[in-house]
Design a protein around this ligand. Structure first.
Ligand code: 4NP
Length: 152
């Protein structure tokens, strides 16, 4: 089982969409996909209504997910940890206790644009249009990641 963790700040907007999309594109008997936030504000909460709505529009149900905060044990429990943006990438790196931990942390959009340091924009204070854009970016990136994993 390959274990993949998607991480954003609140675990209610971006990483729940990334989790739901990637799960829908992988063999769930071979891959375990989860998400978490570096912040603690939304522990136990459903994803943001706008993420749920945009996912529903594309026939993806993420309403059963609940927010949780990233913790140090996740370095042991996951093989790859994808940060949605550079801020979260840096937060995760600061929490890492070893080179082995650090090697697991990747900037998610490197899957589409290697080495270009591109963020998945934080849509929290934006409108539904930004959630649609985020969905589109995550759809492309999860398709590319699923293709890479299936041909690895
Ligand atoms: P996310 O978006 O990191 O994509 O889940 C955010 C959600 C909540 C907050 C910030 C970003 N917040 O400050 O509560």
């Amino acid at each position: 089982m390959v274990r993949i963790l998607m991480v954003c700040l609140g675990n209610i907007c971006r990483s729940p969409l990334a989790e739901g999309l990637l799960k829908s594109k992988l063999d769930n008997s071979k891959y375990f996909v989860d998400s978490a936030g570096t912040g603690s504000w939304h522990i136990g909460n459903q994803p943001d209504k706008r993420s749920i709505a945009v996912a529903n529009k594309h026939n993806l149900d993420i309403s059963n997910q609940r927010g949780r905060q990233f913790s140090e044990v996740d370095f042991n429990n996951f093989d790859v940890i994808y940060a949605m943006d550079i801020n979260n990438y840096e937060t995760l790196n600061a929490m890492a206790k070893s080179d082995k931990d650090k090697e697991k942390i990747k900037l998610f959009l490197d899957v589409l644009f290697p080495g270009e340091n591109i963020d998945v924009p934080d849509p929290y204070t934006g409108g539904i249009f930004l959630f649609e854009q985020v969905y589109g970016i995550l759809d492309k990136a999860t398709t590319e990641l699923a293709n890479q994993l299936n041909h690895a």
